[in-house]
Design a protein around this ligand. Structure first.
Ligand code: PTJ
Length: 251
């Protein structure tokens, strides 16, 4: 099937979309979603997405066995939390607003728009997008700061991240992840790069693609998985071994 000119995802313009039988259809449509949400996604987010794509190639675009273990550990942490919060940024909302909404519903976690490149316009746009997915997200009335960070990226809500015991921060910047850990939060991240500072700093790092991982995490929360002996450092090493094995077998 050839590429077609079709109505854009938002229905506001015509764009050339990949044919549905294109081998990279899912990946190309993810790019399309980010481009469509251009006002809400930071330009830097497009670069971050490209880095993620490269790591996903190395993983074979699949949820690897260590990621399955990390998903179970993360869900156990969320189930045991008193005040869990899902922190979302531009990329996360553009790619997975519905999946976040579902996880929030099943886990009881609040959702907070929490941005690195924060502007009132972006927070408002992302709040609307989460609203369209059925979630009343926190973030617009940020009244607290994440200690150790300066400027707009420090802002958060006292009834959200400020008072959370467990925070899920997909696609997070390393300094902000470190600041959340230093606040005493239990931090879960989803990050395709097992070598990133965020991956190395969080308590549970799920090395998997966001949209592939969220439904698995939601299901694991639903069944109430209990994991008591998770070692993030060892798990990351297993991911690196998984990638190395794949690469050494590639002809
Ligand atoms: O919307 P804002 O203003 O909060 O900004 C968001 C970005 C993503 C720009 C900001 O948080 C940032 O700069 O992030 P980093 O430091 O580039 O880290 C993003 C990490 O997410 C990188 O390690 C990528 O490999 C990874 N990543 C990118 N896309 C995906 C991903 N991990 C999982 N699934 C993805 N789809």
């Amino acid at each position: 099937m050839a590429a077609t000119t079709r109505m854009s995802l938002s229905g506001t313009s015509h764009v050339t979309l990949p044919p549905e039988d294109h081998p990279r259809y899912k990946s190309l449509m993810a790019r399309e979603k980010l481009v469509e949400a251009a006002d809400a996604v930071a330009r830097q987010g497009l670069i971050a997405h490209g880095r993620g794509e490269a790591f996903d190639y190395l993983l074979g675009e699949q949820t690897c066995p260590p990621a399955v273990d990390a998903i179970r550990a993360a869900s156990s942490m969320m189930v045991g939390a008193t005040n869990p919060v899902i922190s979302v940024n531009g990329n996360v909302v553009a790619l997975a607003a519905r999946e976040v909404a579902h996880l929030s519903e099943v886990s009881g976690a609040k959702v907070e728009i929490n941005l690195f490149h924060r502007t009132p316009e972006r927070v408002a746009a992302l709040t609307r997008m989460m609203g369209d997915a059925g979630v009343k997200a926190l973030g617009e009335n940020a009244d607290a700061n994440i200690p150790g960070l300066t400027s707009e990226r420090a802002k958060c809500c006292s009834d959200g991240i400020g008072s959370a015991d467990v925070v899920l921060v997909p696609l997070e910047d390393g300094a902000r992840c470190r600041a959340l850990v230093d606040m005493g939060k239990q931090v879960i991240t989803i990050d395709l790069n097992p070598l990133s500072r965020t991956a190395q700093t969080a308590h549970v790092t799920i090395v998997d693609e966001l949209t592939r991982c969220l439904p698995l995490l939601t299901e694991s929360v639903r069944v109430g998985a209990v994991v008591e002996d998770f070692d993030n450092e060892k798990n990351l090493q297993k991911v690196i071994d998984f990638i190395s094995d794949r690469l050494s077998r590639t002809e």
